[in-house]
Design a protein around this ligand. Sequence first.
Ligand code: UDP
Length: 372
Amino acid sequence: MKYDYLVVGAGLFGAVFAQQAKAHGKKVLVIDKRDHIAGNVYTEKIEGINFHKYGAHIFHTNNKEVWDYIGNFATFNRFTNSPVANYKGELYSLPFNMYTFNKMWNVTTPKEAQDIIRKQRKEITREPQNLEEQAISLVGRDIYEKLIKGYTEKQWGRDCRELPPFIIKRLPVRLTFDNNYFNALYQGIPIGGYTKMVENLLTGIEVRLSENYLEKKEEYDNLADTVLYTGAIDAFYNYCYGNLEYRSVRFENEILDTPNFQGNAAVNYTDRETPYTRIIEHKWFEFGKDENGNDLDKTIISREYSAEWKPGDEPYYPINDEKNSALYSRYKELADKEKNILFGGRLGAYKYYDMDGVIAAALELCKSCFDD
Ligand code: UDP
């Protein structure tokens, strides 16, 4: 065999695995069906702005091992995610905190806010069984109706009563004046863009782009002892049990001849009527400056539309509801029987990972492969 490992997918999971394999003296080949590396974290420089082509990625983690590891490949800036919610023209701070409660109920103290939430959450009398019950039990009905329901139903294309509670548990609720979206010790955007970071991970590793593994599977399998596959697991098995469901995202991008469109990296449109879920203004991930610290005259915005995935679309979010989780378990059973094929990443593991979770899972897999 020519290679010890064939890594299918040059996204974050594949790149971390390849980097570690190389560091352990293994021969690695990375292939990707796209014409670029970095998977969905790919950024591209347009008008001096690092444009997040497949949606906004803000790195955040509490995992020191992950932070120390990725710090070898990028320096992170001090960006802190504080999205603004726009509900029919009313602006609210996110995540849910004292600024949000002040605007919603005109309260000024944590006690007043807590009293309202306590009163409103009384309508939920059992352990939350779905996202609606979970949301109301966290922040009450007012916030659920204005800031959660519309956004969530647009994003997932499903009624909040049909979605699992854990999705909304990602969002912090605070009785302090703190607009930092993440409860993370470490946070930032890699200076110079994510593509540069992935390039650094892949230094010295052979990469072939525009190569579709599933179309030439046998040929590729003959090249390496072990394959790490980071594509969609149901596609790998030719959808033999039927296809898993995903949410896809479509972006309408615009370059505008104005220096400041919305004054923030992310504005979420939380009503049901606005067809997009959010608008990202990419320059604010880097404080509106180019790499030399100069102000930029133009701006790039992306309106984000959520869509049900259908074959041929890019899958973005796995839908971890009961039906899909059960179907995934069946594919996982097949995967567990494979001797020379490993699976990983958001699509390979059908898991709603954040970037740090992807890196942690990749490092975990590496330990089991490379540590004696
Ligand atoms: N969410 C919401 N309103 C918002 C932002 C998020 O209700 O303004 C909910 C929604 O259900 C979403 C979940 O919180 O699916 C997680 O949001 P997050 O921003 O973490 O998702 P991502 O950035 O990964 O799309």
